[in-house]
Design a protein around this ligand. Structure first.
Ligand code: GLC
Length: 442
């Protein structure tokens, strides 16, 4: 799944740092770096000596992780090996949980989803880094990602990059159809998408992640939130509301009214990229990373300047909200190499490394200062828009039982999307199931 651009320069605009340049900055000579980089790639998986650190993270579609690790290995007195985990965050989570339950496994550092820390911390699986990462150092980071790492007054990692659901659209096609602005409501999207699709001989106009998995939870929540509904109010489950029903009705109507293909009920991010960037869709809901793939070797058809990005639409009169996503750097509580692990975590979250991933992978940084970095803002428009989306993004429920809650949410959202249950029934079932989880857990 890992892909790299062969040009080493990416596609994000004139002023970006190419991967090659990046490797040169602050490191030893380029020749030496390149040699070591190649060695690093060859041994990219596991193996290596006992002093090596294992860094676990999902498959990296932006191709930005291994070059960073190569560069780190060039300057550190130990090696980091990248262990590629499943792209699907739920599968990644399951694999980690199995390893933790079996006594810790071999992983030292984890690139972990923002929804995990509460559960991992409650089980004692990840290291409390409160002493290493004091309050004053946290000020440099965005508030929401920091919050995702706090459990019972302690902090369990460092924010790496953040995420918000966004609406991608084909700016070129909209213009050709005489549409100057992207839709701001779901109703407008439902008018525009079939019109533009038809004028361009596309079967459907809009896709999102509707599969029965974590991304499906994010998408379903966005429909609920943008219609004024919610899951939790304090510690009460409040999902059984007319607003939530309206949200899931809108989601279902995308398929029922032919705006989105039926297959959207099986779509994850990995199906979204090729459909939108393969010139088969007018609109797509996805995270910022997809922007960096436009025009790459894998997706040469659509160039970044053909794409616009906007905030997610809302229900009639509903608030603007998108799911807050993102990934943190966590340390396995069982590691024998906590100091090295911390050194790597710190390095990876430094401005230079975060900037590289923003320019090359269009990922939203977690350091506040990078949102004022003109080079990033000019080269990667999705970051500017993403930072606006972050203002209104909402975290998924924070709970040590979140993974169980999300399995239920994803299942019911998917059932409702397929038309197997009514939106009313879905929220009624969820009201009971989620209440049970909270009561049994609490
Ligand atoms: C993105 C988000 C993550 C979310 C996942 C769902 O990776 O950053 O928080 O859980 O998508 O597929």
């Amino acid at each position: 799944m890992t892909r790299r651009r062969t040009d080493g320069a990416g596609t994000l605009g004139r002023r970006r740092i190419s991967r090659r340049q990046f490797l040169k900055i602050g490191g030893a000579g380029l020749a030496g770096t390149a040699l070591l980089g190649a060695a690093g790639c060859g041994g990219g998986g596991e193996g290596g000596g006992s002093g090596d650190l294992v860094f676990a993270m999902g498959a990296d579609s932006t191709g930005t992780i291994q070059p960073l690790i190569d560069r780190f290995n060039e300057q550190a007195d130990f090696r980091v090996n990248y262990r590629e985990m499943p792209t699907d965050t739920g599968q990644f989570f399951d694999q980690l949980r199995t390893e933790f339950q079996a006594g810790g496994g071999e992983i030292d550092v984890i690139g972990g989803d923002v929804i995990w820390p509460a559960q991992f911390a409650a089980n004692g699986w990840i290291l409390d880094v409160s002493d290493r990462f004091p309050e004053e150092d946290r000020q440099a980071f965005l508030e929401a990602p920091v919050q995702s790492l706090i459990y019972e007054d302690a902090i369990y990692g460092v924010p790496w990059y953040t995420d918000a659901g966004m609406l991608y659209y084909r700016q070129d096609l909209l213009e050709e159809s005489g549409i100057s602005e992207p839709p701001t409501t779901w109703a407008e999207l439902k008018e525009m998408a079939p019109q533009v699709a038809q004028e361009n001989n596309m079967n459907n106009g809009f896709i999102f992640q509707g599969a029965n998995y974590e991304g499906g939870t994010c998408n379903g929540l966005e429909y609920i939130w943008t219609h004024g509904g919610d899951v939790l109010d304090g510690d009460q489950i409040v999902i059984d509301s007319p607003e939530s029903v309206a949200g899931l009705e809108t989601e279902r109507s995308m398929v029922a009214d032919g705006v989105a293909p039926q297959a959207v009920a099986t779509y994850k991010e990995t199906e979204t990229d090729p459909a939108f960037l393969g010139n088969r869709m007018v609109f797509a809901r996805n995270w910022p990373y997809m922007y960096s793939l436009a025009g790459s070797d894998d997706y040469p058809d659509i160039k970044p300047d053909q794409i616009g990005v906007a905030a997610l639409p809302t229900g009639e009169g509903g608030p603007t909200h998108s799911a807050l996503g993102g990934w943190n750097l966590l340390i396995n509580a069982q590691t024998q190499k906590a100091d090295q692990a911390w050194e790597f975590v710190q390095w990876l979250s430094e401005p230079e490394q975060q900037k590289f991933r923003s320019l090359e992978g269009s990922l939203l940084p977690t350091l506040k200062s990078l949102y004022e970095d003109q080079e990033i803002l000019d080269a990667v428009p999705v970051i500017r828009l993403g930072s606006e989306a972050l203002q209104t993004s909402k975290p998924r429920p924070v709970s040590p039982y979140y993974s169980d809650m999300s399995l239920k949410l994803a299942e019911q959202f998917n059932n409702a999307l397929k038309g197997d249950v009514s939106p009313q029934q879905a929220v009624k079932t969820l009201q009971e199931e989620l209440t049970n989880i909270i009561e049994q857990g609490g």
